[in-house]
Design a protein around this ligand. Structure first.
Ligand SMILES: *[C@@H]1O[C@H](CO)[C@@H](O)[C@H](O)[C@H]1NC(C)=O
Ligand SMILES: *[C@@H]1O[C@H](CO)[C@@H](O)[C@H](O)[C@H]1NC(C)=O
Length: 358
């Protein structure tokens, strides 16, 4: 990963916006998103940073066929997604459906993604969430605002960059000299727990938390480390330590709170399903990115002069780091209705059924 020019991360979820859309239509609940490029719906377009997806062919399958700032080829099924917090359109009635605070390049730790100077790190995302609530309160009053936030669906996607853009960013990185991998993972989980507690304190009551994807299997890693297409072992080891510890932490946190506020999504397993058997999921490949260059189309950025596949739906990866819209939609489906292998302690459809009875 050393020297990668690109922001972030690793696979998984971009489509969360879809999730918000569906949840929203089902129950008219607001949707809030915190995290990194997997879920950034365009905040970084408003910042002076290189971590952006604001030029073609990003957005090629979006209704406008233009880049939106999302690190994806498409939109995210269905209607208008939740607006980026920094968008000037986010005002008046638009505020009431929620907001997206995510920013490409960030991680659990403040020193993750330091090479991307102006990005919205977690403490700022949370401060914006507070400011957002004040703006909404001015519009509909404090009681209704509190209810809107309590009833909302929240998505948090963090962690991939803490490996790719921190621990493994350069050989002998400061963090890798400070901690062994298991110690580092534990430190991340302790810090992640503090972040989740703050989201609870700020009113979040239905919160989906994702793990990392199989970091070693993304085209960017295959291009740099793989001889026969096998996944890079160190990053796979990182993901395999991080994800189970995250699930344990979520269980612990729910127990401390006394109710199942947090739901863990095993995005690592969801992705491994495509990686081990791409054709069963309708993909021709899960190794080669649709847009890029070099081995596995995994080197450098996806730009107007990159190789570009004609049918994005046949690729699990859109660019060297990010899943295609199709892959995202499969992941969202698992979040909704996946078994306990994928969702802890329950899937979203179960949670929504519980909430509608409440
Ligand atoms: C990150 O920065 C915030 C505020 O600047 C601070 O409260 C927090 O403890 C820092 N996190 C870590 C892990 O150092
Ligand atoms: C998940 O959702 C489906 C409904 O789509 C349900 O039948 C199933 O039991 C749920 N699984 C778990 C583990 O909650």
């Amino acid at each position: 990963m050393a020297g990668s020019p690109f922001p972030t991360l690793v696979m998984i979820l971009g489509l969360m916006v879809a999730l918000g859309t569906t949840a929203l239509q089902a129950e008219a609940r607001a949707f809030f998103v915190f995290g990194d490029s997997l879920v950034d719906s365009g905040n970084n377009n408003y910042l002076a940073t290189s971590a952006r997806a604001d030029s073609p062919p990003y957005g090629i399958d979006y209704p406008t066929h233009r880049p939106t700032g999302r690190f994806s080829n498409g939109e995210h099924i269905g209607s208008e997604p939740t607006l980026p917090y920094l968008s000037p359109e986010l005002r008046d009635q638009n505020l009431l459906v929620g907001a997206n605070f995510a920013s490409a390049g960030i991680g659990i730790l403040n020193d993750t993604g330091i090479q991307f100077v102006n990005i919205i790190r977690v403490p700022s995302q949370l401060a914006f969430f507070k400011a957002y609530q004040q703006r909404v309160a001015a519009l509909i009053g404090e009681d209704k605002t509190k209810r809107l936030v309590n009833e909302a669906l929240v998505l948090v996607t963090l962690g991939g960059n803490d490996f790719v853009n921190n621990y493994y960013l350069v050989p002998y990185s400061a963090r890798s000299r400070q901690y062994s991998l298991p110690e580092y993972v534990h430190y991340l989980i302790v810090e992640y727990k503090k972040i989740l507690k703050k989201i609870y304190d700020l009113g979040g009551r239905r919160v989906i938390v994702t793990g990392t994807g199989p970091l070693g299997c993304i085209p960017a890693e295959l291009a740099q480390h793989s001889i026969n297409g096998e996944c890079a072992t160190e990053l796979q080891r990182a993901a395999s330590l991080f994800n189970p510890e995250l699930v344990e932490m979520i269980k612990e946190l729910n127990k401390e709170i006394g109710t199942d506020v947090f739901m863990g999504a095993n995005t690592n397993q969801m992705h491994m399903d495509f990686i081990t058997n791409p054709t069963a999921h309708g993909f021709v490949t899960s190794k080669i990115a649709c847009c890029g260059q070099g081995p596995y189309n995994g080197l450098g950025l996806c730009t107007a002069i990159s190789n570009l596949c004609p049918n994005r739906d046949l690729y699990a990866f859109w660019d060297s780091f990010h899943p295609s819209e199709k892959a995202n939609s499969l992941i969202v489906k698992q979040i909704f209705s996946g078994s306990s292998k994928y969702m802890t302690p329950m899937n979203l459809s179960t949670a929504m059924a519980l909430d509608s009875r409440a």
